[in-house]
Design a protein around this ligand. Structure first.
Ligand code: CAA
Length: 240
């Protein structure tokens, strides 16, 4: 069945692969981005997927943007909270600003994205909420106290939403990617990246499409009994 999907941070990296995969499943897709107009325009030109610009850290902007998407494409049935940033620093060097930037975008951003969509899902008795967490929310990571806190927080969000949404036909699940070949991981110093790859039994970084595959599975109508779960896709780097 054709549904309407929203993917935050959906024009680059893992998000772009998710947007494309949901479109390939026959869904109408809206992708949000925060700042990179050029990348968003190129993404739309390449894929035909419409992009919308707003800051997920801002509730009013998110609510207004979501209202616009719903006016353009119809009620949102599938929401993928994917937008995220890193501000890595060892804890003794981490500034309150670095802490708040990551919390506001990665964690409050999930609230701001799902909260305006949730009442409509409850009314229509159908919804798929998918949050992109991280291996580093499961295991922690040197220099990522802020990021790991948000990604662990995602797991609390989906487990709670799953209980609240289950009777209304709404599922809430998380995907925990390991290290994926995206700009975010490429920004890690090369030596550090090499040492990370050495810890991945698969011997390589993951591909964004391998995360998108988890999302299309969770987003499908047939996945209604999978609720409150976490899919890890990390090349056997870490087991919960
Ligand atoms: N474990 C233990 N020690 C480590 C370490 C690790 N993983 N990484 C670095 N260190 C040590 C270094 O060896 C160094 O020790 P010495 O001072 O004794 O030489 C020290 O920590 C580094 O201290 P610096 O003062 O030099 O650190 P810095 O202020 O320059 O910060 C850094 C460097 C930000 C930590 C940088 O190394 C870095 O970016 N590391 C990668 C962090 C990381 O993995 N981020 C994940 C990004 S990808 C992502 O987040 C996507 C996802 O979901 C998976």
């Amino acid at each position: 069945m054709t549904r309407t999907a929203l993917v935050t941070g959906g024009s680059r990296g893992i998000g772009a692969a998710i947007s494309k995969a949901l479109k390939a499943e026959g869904h109408k897709v809206a992708a949000t981005y925060a700042g990179n107009d050029e990348a968003a325009a190129a993404f739309t030109a390449q894929t035909g997927i419409k992009t919308y610009k707003w800051n997920v850290a801002d509730y009013d902007e998110s609510a207004a943007g979501i209202a616009q998407v719903e006016a353009d494409l119809g009620p949102i049935d599938i929401v993928v909270a994917n937008a995220g940033i890193t501000r890595d620093a060892p804890f003794h060097k981490m500034t309150p600003e670095q802490w708040h930037q990551v919390i506001d975008t990665n964690l409050t951003g999930v609230f701001n994205t799902v909260h305006p969509i949730w009442p409509g899902m409850r009314d229509r008795k159908f919804g798929r909420v998918i949050v992109i967490s991280s291996i580093n929310g499961q295991k922690g990571q040197f220099a990522q106290v802020n990021y790991a806190a948000t990604k662990a927080g995602d797991l609390g969000i989906i487990k709670s939403l799953a209980q609240e949404g289950a009777r209304a036909g709404i599922t809430a699940n998380a995907v925990c990617p390991g290290y994926i070949a995206t700009e975010m991981v490429m920004a890690v110093p090369e030596k550090v990246r090499e040492s990370i790859i050495a810890q991945i039994p698969a011997g390589r970084l993951g591909e964004p499409e391998e995360i998108a595959r988890c999302v299309t599975f969770l987003a499908s109508d047939e996945s209604g009994f999978i609720n409150g779960s976490t899919i890890s896709a990390n090349g056997a780097q870490f087991f919960v």
